[in-house]
Design a protein around this ligand. Sequence first.
Ligand code: TXA
Ligand code: MG
Length: 329
Amino acid sequence: MRISLEDAAVRLRQGEVVAIPTETVYGLAADAMNDMALQKIFATKQRPADHPLIVHISDISHVTDWAAAFPEVAVKLGKAFWPGALTLILPAKPHVSRVLRGGEPTIALRVPNHPIALALLKLSQLSVAAPSANLFTQLSPTTVAHVEAGLGDSIPVLDGGACQVGIESTIVSVAADGQWLLLRPGMISEEDIARVAGRSQQENMAGRDKSLVEKAKPKAPGQHALHYSPHTPLSLFNDKASLTLACETLTKTGLKCAALLIGQGEQPSCTVAQLSNQPDEVAEKLYSALHQLDALKVDRLLVELPPNTPAWAAVVDRLNRAGYSGTVI
Ligand code: TXA
Ligand code: MG
């Protein structure tokens, strides 16, 4: 059910959930201060209670409403990348609801870079918790049609067009002492973070007891074995030749397949979605292409992995969570 900006603001204030656009993916939003509303997010998504939510704030001045510490490194990152596709995980203030934190001592914050999301935050005068607007472990939505296909037509949704970044935000945790850790790669890269933070993740870790660092690490996001996955079993290939071979093998055994290719080259003889060879463009179109191929209801999706270079880190991360390498059986 498509709703207006004004209606969305009223519904959020009344404790309802509303699907909203952001520049990364659509979010399933609710008032971050209302535990009953937050419970509706978990119920709608069928998400386990120990998976905390990201709070979307209208600007950097709201960080200290939620965070007990805002170290200099985090201030620099917020100033450099907000509004934008960066989520900062900071020590939480004691009043912050356990429902929101999923039991963690930290809080995840982001200023989204989407005019409609920002207008909604201003109009409602709320901070809104919003995970991606899909069922737990399934593909994230980047259009209203994806939201409706995943959560049903009755979900109230605010249409903001197709998401421009296309994959979820980069998540960086910053401890009270300024030490930072990349928890989920995104289109803001580890190198971008290191440049603004003034030191690399390795330099960050130097001299620290690794086992203590591991223990201190918050539960890594999206680490469920298959997280960003379509319904159709998905196999990953390092090149077009091995993908084409797998397609031939499957076809011989009477199974139907469809393929997602990165850049020009050899084409298998099944339905193909072809993306460019530019990381930004592939990220933007990735989930749409996977949603489209999934809707074909074939037996297997065959996906070509882009090169394993820093520019592709986020796309490779999502694909690795969506399927298995090289296996077609
Ligand atoms: O781009 C995005 O980040 C989108 C849009 C809607 O903002 N949101 C999003 O939310 O991807 P979600 O919930 O699907 O993924 C956020 C991840 C989850 O895996 C969650 O466990 C993790 O962030 N997370 C949230 N708060 C955390 C915390 N305090 N400590 C560790 N992980 C946290
Ligand atoms: Mg998600």
